[in-house]
Ligand binder design. Sequence first.
Ligand code: ADP
Length: 271
Amino acid sequence: MHEVVLNNVSYFYGTARVLKDIIFTAEAGDFVCLLGPSGCGKSTLLRLLAGLARPSSGEITIGGSEITGPGLDRGVVFQDYSLFPWMTAGQNIILALQQAFPGKKKSDYHEAAQGYLEMVGLGTSFAKLPGQMSGGMRQRVAIARAFAVNAPVLLMDEPFGALDAITRARLQDMLLQLWQQKEGERKTVFFVTHDVEEAILLANRIVVLGLNPGSIKGAFEVNLPRPRIRQELYHEKQFLELRDQLVTVLHENILHELDGGQTVRPLGEGI
Ligand code: ADP
């Protein structure tokens, strides 16, 4: 249904090639984590998927149709894709609902927005302004908004990157619960992170991007059963092996960028 196909996608900023020949297909319902060092083009790829920029060459299709701009078939949760600060949490969600499902009664929007806030544990925060909420609460509202529009594809760019470890773990669990809730109607998720463990916890497929220019260095299946319980997961052989493989691919690329791997010397020893 909503498979996402990246067909030989390249992207330039001016003359600088940022993405090179990206070929990848996400099946409908895949949870894909994009992993890679800073600057390898993860956010750029997500912007292309969001339709905020067009590939310099190649094409991206969703359900067979080429992406030519932003659309209601994609929900977006970016770190800097903030809520409207002058609107309450509830109003932010109502606005998204009005755009996605026009022509409904005011009370229906209100009720639905309240329901989505409850879903992310913010049932009592309808009237709060973003400035009156913590970073974790704001991200939960952004996730509720993305789920409210019920887009089949969800694009998330390091959505939990700025949060403390505990809030981050809670939101990871919540996201997985929401994603798993409707078997058969699962959203296709692209989730950018540079955290290997976060990627294994969340994804069923992990794409590792490398630097200069950004290209796919490896694609991995994550066959660990769900629900994935952190305390158990971190000791499982399959988890540890996959983590090693991912770290190896990431480091190979980073060392290559450092020109053959330099030795770190103690300060004062000279170079
Ligand atoms: P990542 O998300 O993996 O950290 P980005 O997609 O943000 O990587 O950036 C990839 C490369 O493109 C980097 O080298 C970055 O400096 C460059 N870049 C990002 N945005 C712009 C821009 N607006 N203009 C020029 N270069 C950019």
